[in-house]
Design a protein around this ligand. Structure first.
Ligand code: G3H
Ligand code: 13P
Ligand code: ZN
Length: 316
């Protein structure tokens, strides 16, 4: 069942966070649904602009629709990740997305407000939720690379003003994470002080944490042992997910970790089976491994086991 992110956040706020996982193909989609059902967790499927272009946006839509028939128990939102204004309107009008993110965080404050407000008006007219972003994460997102020095944390007072002016349903805040596999040099550190201030000024308002992959070091070691070269990578400490949730973070974005599972499975498979050229055997292993990964993350986020209570609260 497809629901809005606002419906999911209402149930989760202050107690647990919903995992928001990026998908690009059928194997990721199968693994995601399998893992979510195994852990009895609601979830958010995120589709980036790059993912929509990878095969064809209609292909992804059809894959997700098929998955919801194969797994009728699943409760999830379909969300545009890091959209620009034009892509937001496309998704709002598609009749398929239940949530969009307008990311005008690279624009000046007033411009970000104006763009976000236009998207909110269009989305709310169709019952669709809107996530906006204030502050700037480091790392690469879509085709924009933000150098560490230019990344800036969300200002709590500005955040309250922004939410009031735009009417957005949730806000992505920069609290020290960044996209990709190289998030921290030296110590892992999230700015919970910033979250506390935002929560104090915006009580009950759903916050979003981007760049939340944990970049598991055992996964990285296996990838490197099988020919990879991703030394020095570091992610968010998974023990920070629940403390973030109690501070108002209702959505935790995880993409890179799924790519690492894919890379590990395929590197090891072809290393161990040099004569193999059928993509289905490693594809099957990936689906199972990704499902296990999703279930493990849902446990850490506190969303595992919430499905039946959520269903009851939705009156379904
Ligand atoms: O924030 C970016 C997400 O990880 C999506 O990545 O644009 O390469 O699909 P992508
Ligand atoms: P990661 O790169 O940490 O997986 O973050 C993904 C993300 O924020 C997608 O919007
Ligand atoms: Zn992001």
């Amino acid at each position: 069942m497809i629901v809005t992110t606002a419906q999911l956040f209402k149930h989760a706020y202050g107690k647990y966070a919903i995992g928001a996982y990026n998908i690009n193909n059928a194997e990721q989609t199968m693994g995601l649904f399998k893992g979510a059902i195994a852990s009895q967790a609601p979830f958010i499927i995120q589709i980036s602009k790059g993912a929509r272009k990878y095969t064809d946006k209609r292909m992804l839509e059809a894959i997700i629709r098929a998955a919801s028939v194969i797994f009728p128990e699943a409760i999830f939102a379909v969300h545009l990740d890091h959209g620009d204004e034009e892509t937001c309107y496309e998704c709002i009008n598609s009749g398929f997305f239940s949530s969009v993110m307008i990311d005008a965080s690279h624009d000046p404050f007033d411009e970000n407000v104006a763009i976000t407000k236009r998207v909110v008006t269009a989305a709310h007219a169709k019952g669709i939720s809107v996530e906006a972003e204030l502050g700037m994460l480091g790392g690469v997102e879509e085709d924009i690379k933000v150098e560490e020095g230019n990344a800036c944390l969300t200002d709590p007072v500005e955040a309250a003003d922004f939410v009031k002016k735009t009417g957005c349903d949730s806000l992505a805040c920069a609290i020290g994470t960044s996209h990709g596999a190289f998030k921290f040099k030296g110590k892992q550190s999230l700015h919970f002080d910033v979250l506390d201030k935002i929560k104090a000024i915006l009580p009950g308002f759903p916050l979003v944490m981007h760049g939340s992959s944990s970049v598991p070091q055992d996964e990285v070691a296996r990838i490197n042992a099988a020919g990879g070269k991703i030394a020095g990578s570091m992610g968010v400490d998974v023990n920070e997910y629940l403390p973030a949730a109690t501070r108002g973070v209702t959505k935790v974005n995880i993409d890179t970790d799924g790519r690492l599972v894919w890379t590990r499975v395929h590197r090891e498979y072809f290393r161990d089976h040099p004569g193999e050229f059928d993509f289905r055997p490693p594809g099957k292993i990936f689906i199972e491994e990704y499902a296990k990964f999703i279930a493990s993350r849902n446990v850490l986020l506190g969303s595992a086991g919430q499905l039946s209570d959520l269903r009851a609260s939705l009156g379904k």
